[in-house]
Structure formats: structure tokens, C-alpha cells
Design a binder for this molecule. Structure first.
Ligand SMILES: Cc1cc2nc3c(=O)[nH]c(=O)nc-3n(C[C@H](O)[C@H](O)[C@H](O)COP(=O)(O)OP(=O)(O)OC[C@H]3O[C@@H](n4cnc5c(N)ncnc54)[C@H](O)[C@@H]3O)c2cc1C
Length: 405
């Protein structure tokens, strides 16, 4: 049996790795192996084009890292997180920080704790047709919505935030709200996720081509015949097959990340800072997580989510100028920037709109056409490395069960 896997992101790579033990597999990739989790080589080290870390709850990823003998490179750290309020950065890392944060009253902080505890007990699926704004207004109140949730929603979804379902927020809160008293512990692979991508892909036949899928009797990719197709790229890349297979439309958001190398740190300790009313939603200071000596310079991302239509509204140079100008308000000294790069992804994740749960993509589309990736079940309520790797494994199992066992 011969299978074509479209896309060498984490879904495609993990599925292909498993399938190639049973049959012949070609993986088609038109850009970078690793997809959204891909890396770039700067000076003397590899760094992800888009910031990446993992969580204690990422069971599949952690087990895989152990199996690939990479877990010895994993580093866990309780990182500092912050929020801008009235043009000033405040740490929200510990309960004391939260108590001292001036952006909410004590009553609102108590209400937030109560909301978080009750969100964990609720069946989020029942709230999939309600908008996050309506749900929060009702259950958390206007004050908390405006002062706490809106900045986070805008940072996460850009201008798409109004379309998001309340189910997504409730599911997300229960997934992420069990942080320890001293803050949230995050994981990173020292040396970068390039090691995971390399390890998954070493034995694979990766064809560096834009895959065009066709059919004349059997399925074809770029004129080569296959017994089955596994499609792991974003759904809009299916073009007219999307309608033919009657796959529900899913709205995607786009991402822009400005990555800068700096002589001095931007913030003395915080890894992640959320902003409101700035051209970016968050800064992620990688070297406030990983040791500076691994890179020899400070690394900081300024990240924003936008719509595919607005992705190319500004040139790289303009993005760099506008983002750094904003950051000077918070203490960035532009003289410290030694280099910068802008990365863009047109389809960087689904917008978890109202009714999204019904639209989660099944693996088996027909007896020999399969789909897996960011819109598969393991990537709800958060698309992640863990979710994509797991989707890759699950779809490989489905193909093996249907054709190879
Ligand atoms: C800004 C940002 C930050 C993130 N941070 C984290 C994080 O901290 N932790 C975490 O766990 N996850 C994070 N993620 C999410 C994670 O990167 C993704 O969920 C995961 O990598 C998606 O993998 P995938 O294989 O499903 O999709 P993709 O990575 O999108 O892979 C699809 C591949 O298909 C290729 N392709 C598309 N069309 C074609 C075609 N016609 N022919 C051939 N190839 C094609 C693409 O080039 C791509 O390589 C982040 C993502 C972004 C954008």
C-alpha cells in the first residue's frame, strides 16, 4: 500500500512515522518541515519562528519525548506572567501579585476565583451556541469581562474575539486553571523543538513540493498515484475538495510574530506579558525562560493574531517599526535590538466560533481519504503540539485499522 501525507507539520510527521512501519509513505511539504512548530537558525542556535512551550497536561507529547529519548532535554520552570494596566506592566504570577493588581477591585478578584472554580465543574458543550461575550456578561459580570477577560480574548483572537463561543472559554479555563500557588509551570526542550521535528522526520521520505491532489481512478498527488491520502494541512488548502466532501467550513486566524535579538533584557523577569490596545497582543521573552548562555543574547517575541485578509497589510519593516515604537512605552530601548525577523502564518489556528464543536473534523472522510490536524478532536479547546501529535497518532491508527491490519 502507498500513502501520501500532505503536510510535514507535527500531525503529518507523527502519522507518517507510524504508518511507515506498515507501508510506503511519501510526505509532501511545500514550506518548512515542522510547520508552525518549525525553527530558524540564527547565528549559532535554532529558535522557533513562533514561540513554543508545553504544559504538564500534555501527556502525549511528554510520552513521545521519552520514547524518542528527548525528554532528558526537557526543562520545567515556573515562569512569570504579567498584564499591562494603564500603560504599566504588572506581574500576575503569584496570589500576592494578583491581590496587589490595580486593574480589578477586591470583589472582582474574588468573583474571578469563584468563576474559575465553577467553570471547571460545568459541561462546556452545552454553551457552544452562546457567544463568549454573552456568557461572560451573564456569569462574570460586565466589570470582569471588561477588565480581565477582554484583554485576554483580544490577545488570543485579535479582531475575531467576538465570534468565539462561551464553550471554548469554559473548556479552556478548566484545562489551564489548575496552576500552583507560585505560578504556572511550563516546559521547553533545551536546544529547541527542532530536535523533535528532526527526530520525527529522519527516516521519512519528504517530498518538497506543493501537493496538488487529483483523482483518476486512484487518488493522485502531483500526478503520482496513491492508495490513500492523509491530509494534514489547513482545511482551506483542500480547495474544491472541501465542498465535494461536504466538510463544514472552519474560520482560521493568522499570526504575526516579530522576533528580536537584544543586548539587554526587555523585562527583568516576566516571560509572558499581555497588552491591550497595542498592535500586538503579547510579548514572550524566551530568555526569561531558557538560560541566556544558550543563545548569548536576549530573545523576545511580540505576537499578534489577525485575520488572513489583514495578514499582509504591513511590510516586515513597518511591523518592526510599529511594534518596537509601542514597546518603547514600556521601557524598550531600540538601541538594544541587534537583529529582528518577522514571521507570518496565514492559517495559524481555528477561531473557536459558536457551533465549533459540531464542526470538529472527523479523521475518516471516505474509505481512502483521511484528514487530521489543527481541527481534529485532540486540538480542542486549544490547538497545540500535543494535540497535533496525538491527532497524527489517532489518524494513523484509523488508517492501519481500515487498510493494514
Ligand atoms: C504563534 C504560535 C504560537 C504557538 N505556540 C504554541 C505553544 O506554545 N505550545 C504548543 O503546544 N503549540 C503552540 N502552537 C501551536 C502548534 O504550533 C500547532 O498546533 C502545531 O504545530 C500544528 O501542527 P499541524 O501539523 O497540525 O499543522 P501545521 O504546522 O500547520 O502543518 C501543516 C503543514 O502543511 C503544509 N502545507 C500546507 N499546504 C500544503 C500543500 N498544498 N502541499 C504541501 N504542504 C502543505 C504547511 O506548510 C505546514 O508545514 C503555536 C502556534 C502558533 C502559530
Amino acid at each position: 500500500m502507498r500513502i501520501a501525507v500532505v503536510g510535514a507539520g507535527l500531525t503529518g510527521l507523527n502519522a507518517a512515522r507510524i504508518l511507515s512501519e506498515y507501508c510506503s509513505v511519501d510526505v509532501y511539504e511545500r514550506e518548512n518541515t515542522g510547520g508552525l512548530a518549525g525553527s530558524v537558525f540564527i547565528n549559532s542556535y535554532w529558535i522557533e519562528a513562533f514561540y513554543h512551550h508545553f504544559f504538564r497536561s500534555d501527556d502525549y507529547l511528554i510520552t513521545l519525548l521519552r520514547d524518542l529519548n528527548l525528554y532528558r532535554r526537557a526543562v520545567w520552570k515556573t515562569v512569570g506572567v504579567g498584564q499591562v494596566c494603564q500603560n504599566k506592566i504588572y506581574s500576575l504570577s503569584t496570589p500576592l501579585d494578583i491581590l496587589l493588581y490595580p486593574g480589578m477591585s477586591l470583589l472582582e478578584k474574588l468573583k474571578l476565583t469563584g468563576f474559575t472554580l465553577s467553570a471547571r465543574r460545568r459541561d462546556y458543550r452545552k454553551f457552544d451556541e452562546i457567544s463568549v461575550i454573552d456568557g461572560l456578561k451573564r456569569d462574570a459580570g460586565e466589570g470582569l469581562l471588561k477588565k480581565f477577560f477582554l484583554p485576554l480574548l483580544k490577545s488570543k483572537f485579535g479582531e475575531n474575539y467576538r465570534d468565539v463561543s462561551y464553550a471554548w472559554l469554559l473548556a479552556r479555563v478548566s484545562l489551564r486553571s489548575n496552576r500552583k500557588l507560585k505560578g504556572e509551570e511550563l516546559g521547553y526542550l533545551r536546544g529547541g523543538f527542532i530536535q523533535l521535528v528532526d527526530s520525527l522526520s529522519t527516516e521519512l521520505n519528504i517530498v518538497k513540493e506543493n501537493a496538488r491532489i487529483g483523482k483518476s481512478g486512484r487518488w493522485e498527488v502531483n500526478g503520482r498515484k496513491y492508495d490513500a491520502i492523509l491530509f494534514t494541512a489547513p482545511l482551506p488548502e483542500l480547495n474544491d475538495l472541501l465542498e465535494k466532501f461536504e466538510i463544514p467550513q472552519i474560520k482560521y486566524q493568522s499570526s504575526i510574530c516579530l522576533l528580536m535579538g537584544m543586548k539587554e533584557p526587555f523585562h527583568s523577569s516576566l516571560y509572558w506579558i499581555n497588552y491591550e490596545n497595542e498592535p500586538f497582543g503579547a510579548t514572550i521573552e524566551h530568555t526569561n525562560f531558557m538560560p541566556l548562555e544558550d543563545y548569548g543574547e536576549h530573545l523576545i517575541y511580540a505576537a499578534s493574531y489577525t485575520t488572513p485578509e489583514r495578514l499582509y497589510g504591513m511590510s516586515d519593516k513597518e511591523i518592526q517599526r510599529v511594534y518596537t515604537q509601542s514597546l518603547t512605552k514600556y521601557g524598550l530601548d531600540e538601541k538594544n535590538i541587534t537583529w529582528w525577523r518577522v514571521f507570518r502564518a496565514k492559517y495559524s489556528g481555528p477561531v473557536y466560533e459558536k457551533g465549533y464543536i459540531k464542526r470538529i473534523t472527523p479523521y475518516r472522510i471516505s474509505s481512502n481519504f483521511y484528514i487530521a490536524g489543527m481541527t481534529s478532536e485532540p486540538n480542542y479547546p486549544e490547538r497545540s503540539m500535543n494535540g497535533s501529535l496525538k491527532a497524527g497518532h489517532e489518524v494513523a491508527n484509523a488508517i492501519i485499522k481500515d487498510h493494514l491490519s
